[in-house]
Ligand binder design. Sequence first.
Ligand SMILES: [Zn+2]
Length: 301
Amino acid sequence: MVRDIAEQLKVRFSEMGLEVPLEEIEKKLDELINGFRVPVEEAKRSVLSQYAKERKSADLVKVKDIQSEGRWISLKTKVVQLWPSESKLIAQSGLIGDDTGIIRFVSWIKSDLPPVEEDKCYMLKNVVTDEWQGRYSVKLTRSTEIVPLEEDIEVSSLVEEFVGAIVDIQSGSGLIKRCEFCNRALLKGSCGEHGKVDGSYDLRIKGVIDDGKIVQEILLNREIVENLIGITLDEAKKMAVEALDQSLVLDAFQERLIGRYFSIKGPRVGRYILVEHITSAPKISDKEVTELIKESEALGC
Ligand SMILES: [Zn+2]
């Protein structure tokens, strides 16, 4: 029952130009109706007014301050990168940033917004934050206003480098399926927002690289994975079909990568580095060799 009301409210929010995840509405309703025994109509009003209020007070924030989902904010950002659209519902997606960091953004076709251009700066008024598997993003919706800026915004930590051993390939890697509507990776054939969908295949690696001091989470997209492993998406699909087992691809990735040293480079987005370049690295870095020599000298070897 709560789900039905949540669905009604989601439609109402949509009409207001607000994109609120269904589970989020459901959670709030469930808390009020089943938790606090608030009458249904009152619960609906309460949730409605909560979002309407948030919408009016879209504070100007910095990228690093985006730490929660479903928050309406405004950002002064530069478009760092535009990605080719893989979904018929997404008009544009890519990375935007300011002097505190960079973050993924999505602009929906139904939001009917003017397109943004790479390397140009904009004031994005009324965007909503989103979170998926620990990664934050912002959604441009029908109530978003895009104002081009004359000033240039310096974007921080555009590219980071890291040398270390890959110590883990996480679940959700290998041959995965993505929702055809929002491009999210499916969990057990289900999208967090759109439920059971057919999905389309993709290759991805979510991994952990360790330089002996820091562990860093990394994300490799299809193009990088294909080049690194030497298996194309079509070949991976064939492998999985022949073996009747999708996890075979993940096993192959783990076997090839875990314990090996790599040098990676790419922009930091939240807790991940989005790998744009990866090369196998010598097992010991020059710096470590120098330190080892120093140590052995100190020991009188
Ligand atoms: Zn979806």
